[in-house]
Design a protein around this ligand. Structure first.
Ligand code: NDP
Length: 262
């Protein structure tokens, strides 16, 4: 079903398609990176703090015969993003797929607004996507002499469902991603770049630590998710990899919900 994502018949590493996954040391990003490595991409595994976890993702990809590098950068910082993309160019070659996955959760009422956290959340969830897409479009767009590419943005069901009290900051940051996704698709659709998003629902990752951890999320899922359970990072990664692949060649400006019918 999944043909190897090589740009030509030569199976050598230099012909592998190159995917950058932000925040790929843990959670959904790590699963996207591992699956991409299994399916023949050369993978740039970005991390901010989780160096050991990112190196472990790289080791697993290499152990399965794939190619990957771990690259540190805070993607909420434009200077670090510019450096990250230069490192991807140098270590893996021309970028084919960008997955904007890095993100953090914020959880407090608006009348208890933490200004520093508001800024950090938008830097991690929104600015990061702008900064990474700027670098990616400069490389991929046929208007810049590129050969096209794919961008997948990780949004959230929180963008369109007011699911928990204390969700304004996080929901608004993901709402921005939905709007950005749609507008960027219009901007670069004629330049060889497909742009889509995935809206995960309740997925079993460490992001929920601050609001009671996995047990609480799984309990919440029993009543709030039509399928009665939370999802796995791998279930989200499948949708990301499909959007990145040629199997989704006519899918553009879309959002896939991977949320068990939330
Ligand atoms: P995790 O907390 O498990 O992982 C978050 C990842 O983001 C980490 O790898 C972290 O890197 C990285 N990250 C955060 N800030 C930055 C930054 N400034 N620069 C680089 N990397 C950064 O969360 P998930 O895997 O659950 O979340 C992944 C994405 O999915 C996020 O965008 C999240 O909003 C979204 N999502 C998740 C849902 C869920 O239920 N889990 C539901 C809906 C959406 P490091 O550890 O190296 O610091």
């Amino acid at each position: 079903m999944h043909s190897p994502p090589c740009t030509a018949g030569n199976p050598g590493d230099f012909m592998k398609k190159v995917m950058l996954v932000t925040g790929a040391g843990r959670g959904i990003g790590a699963q996207v990176a591992l699956m991409a490595g299994q399916r023949g991409y050369a993978v740039a595994v970005n991390y901010q703090n989780s160096r050991d976890a990112a190196l472990d993702v790289v080791r697993q990809i290499e152990a399965a015969g794939g190619k990957a590098v771990a690259l540190q950068a805070n993607v909420g910082d434009s200077t670090e993003v510019a450096r990250l993309f230069v490192e991807v160019d140098a270590q893996l070659g021309t970028l084919d797929v960008l997955v904007n996955n890095a993100g953090i959760l914020a959880s407090y009422r608006v009348d208890a607004l933490d200004e520093d956290n508001l800024r950090k959340t938008f830097e991690a969830n929104v600015y990061s996507t702008f900064y990474c897409c700027r670098e990616a479009v400069r490389r991929m767009s046929t208007a810049h002499g590129g050969r096209g590419g794919v961008i997948v943005n990780i949004s959230s069901m929180a963008a369109r469902l007011a699911v928990v009290a204390g969700g304004t900051v996080y929901s608004a940051s993901k709402g921005a991603i939905d709007s950005f996704n749609m507008s960027l698709a219009k901007e670069v659709g004629l330049e060889g770049i497909r742009v889509n998003a995935v809206r995960p629902g309740l997925i079993d990752t460490d992001i929920h630590e601050a609001r009671g951890g996995l047990e609480k999320i799984r309990e919440m899922a029993k009543s709030s998710v039509q399928m009665g359970r939370s999802g796995s990072p791998a279930e989200v990664a499948e949708a990301v990899l499909w959007l990145a692949s040629d199997a989704a060649s006519y899918v553009h400006g879309s959002v896939i919900e991977v949320a068990g019918g939330r």
